[in-house]
Design a protein around this ligand. Sequence first.
Ligand code: ATP
Length: 255
Amino acid sequence: MSEPILSVRDVAVRFGGIVALDGISFDMPVRKIVGLIGPNGAGKTTLFNCLSRLYVPSDGDILFEGKSILTRPAHRIAEIGIGRTFQNLALFQNLTVLDNVRIGGHCRTRSDYVSDALNLPWSRRNEKQIDESARSIIDYLDLRGVAQRRVGDLPFGTQKRVELARALATNPKLLLLDEPACGLNHEEIEELGERIRHIRDDRNLTVLLVEHHMSLVMSVSDQVVALNFGRKIAEGTPAEVQRSPDVIAAYLGTE
Ligand code: ATP
């Protein structure tokens, strides 16, 4: 088996007296979709924020492609190939869709461009490639018709798609999706499930999906990790996790 793209090792996070995460460990295999579930307050967002380096764990380590991410500043995490979306959209509402997606492209690594064949100074080549790549992601996510529209004028479901486009423009190897179904209608959620699978296949990505929408998580994930009160209570295939007595108890509140 190939090396995991991400290894979470004994991660603990404390906020004063509150233990938000308590010794969490799991591996994410390359090109798999991993669902992270748990009731409210289980620690999902805290873990997500550690993976994108917004938080530093009190204990433990997080390895991406074998190297700790904890020494890297949060604003340079996209460079190594970790992209994320936010539950509360992190878009520039007054800018166009295209400009928001281009901003994602500015986080890409310089090395992405070094080998290209264009004979232009690096900065011009960079801008040209960012623009081309942003337009191709916009097409890929069926956003061409709104590319020049102001994001703030678009329906919420479309804004969520722009957020996904912005994250893809960072050219991630690992994509962290924070409650992508939140606020979407039934049809949009079905479409999202298809999209997540296509994105993984077409772009060779590994995906971590934090989501409350159980049927979405269980239908798209290869593997599921369940948390409760900051601890890992189950890990396995969707069917295994759904059968876990600890998971059933956590959701039914009988523990
Ligand atoms: P939800 O599904 O409701 O978003 P969650 O699984 O994402 O919940 P977290 O938001 O990670 O859970 O919270 C885990 C625990 O840590 C909770 O008890 C929460 O109150 C606490 N917590 C989270 N962030 C902070 C913070 N900045 N300061 C203090 N406590 C916090």
